[in-house]
Ligand binder design. Structure first.
Ligand code: ASP
Length: 293
């Protein structure tokens, strides 16, 4: 039975400086506009979340693709995950360098290999085989991030933000989720956070819902936040209630986590919650795009 589609996207949770709010709002709005058009054209949720995340990876505002944070060695290492709620298939890459759109590489891991996660040089060899252009690191680096990285060398409290994600339900009722990130600012080389890990960075199951998370990966992983939100939706909570409950668990004394997530439930409701000062996001409400930070 055809259903009305649903879409929500995010551009990361954290302490987003005031002067970056306009860029954040603009980017998530454009991404939601693109995703909504594709959904109304009848495109599958899986294609939609990939295309939406690609747009956000190309936007230097965000910590994903171009614009990503640098690690402690001064390099960019990218992580991404995509999941299909119809089949429960997923594809992910971690710690890949010199690639502009890791979400599309993750999609190819899902579609063209018998694996779910490729990392580092193996993922890069796969990218080459798939004809991905190998970019010079300067193509991904923006001046703002170089300045942030320099500051982080003496101010260990400096925090990052700007992971991107999308969750969609298409008119056939299929749900998909995708997340892409440059990780946390000044992370150790080789560090992998929640984003490319199934159930943590994202999850999708047509029978319950979909979620994409952002924030300090080490805390989000403790509660496998995206799968937790989907389990809550499976138990009957709507998308908003599940997002709020998941953030309540993240904020608990034991977890002391920091971040947020976006959700879509199997009935097509959207939701979001976060415990950070900001989380940029855009969702479609009654056919209108509503963006906030
Ligand atoms: N969750 C990402 C990570 O830990 C970072 C973020 O969302 O800001 O790699």
């Amino acid at each position: 039975m055809p259903t009305f589609p649903s879409l929500i996207v995010h551009g990361g949770a954290g302490n987003i400086p005031k002067e970056e709010h306009a860029g954040h709002l603009n980017g998530v709005r454009l991404a939601a506009e693109l995703g909504w058009k594709l959904l109304l054209d009848g495109r599958p949720a899986l294609d939609v979340v990939e295309q939406v995340v690609r747009l956000l990876e190309d936007d230097p505002t965000y910590d994903a693709g171009r614009g990503s944070h640098l690690n402690s060695a001064g390099h960019i290492e990218l992580d991404a995950l995509i999941m299909d709620g119809a089949t429960l298939n997923s594809g992910a890459v971690a710690a890949v360098q010199c690639i502009g759109n890791p979400i599309s590489l993750a999609r190819l891991v899902m579609d063209k290999t018998r694996h779910s996660l490729l990392v580092g040089i193996g993922a890069q060899a796969f990218a080459e085989k798939m004809g991905f252009p190998r970019l010079a690191e300067e193509n991904l680096l923006v001046g703002r991030e170089l300045e942030r990285w320099k500051a982080a060398q003496h101010d260990l409290s400096s925090d990052g933000h700007g992971t991107v994600g999308a969750v969609a339900r298409d008119s056939a009722g299929n749900i998909a989720a995708a997340t892409s990130t440059g990780g946390t600012l000044n992370k150790l080389s080789g560090r992998v956070g929640d984003s490319p890990l199934i159930g943590s960075g994202a999850y999708a199951d047509n029978l319950s819902g979909g979620a994409s998370a952002t924030g300090v990966g080490e805390s989000l992983m403790k509660i496998v936040i995206s799968k937790t939100a989907c389990d809550l939706m499976h138990a009957g909570l709507n998308a908003q209630e599940a997002a709020e409950k998941a953030v309540e668990l993240l904020s608990s004394e034991r977890v002391k986590g920091s971040g947020g997530l976006i959700t879509v439930d199997s009935r097509g409701n959207t939701g979001f919650a976060y415990n950070t000062p900001c989380m940029s996001r855009a969702q479609v409400k009654d056919g209108q795009i509503v963006a906030s930070v």
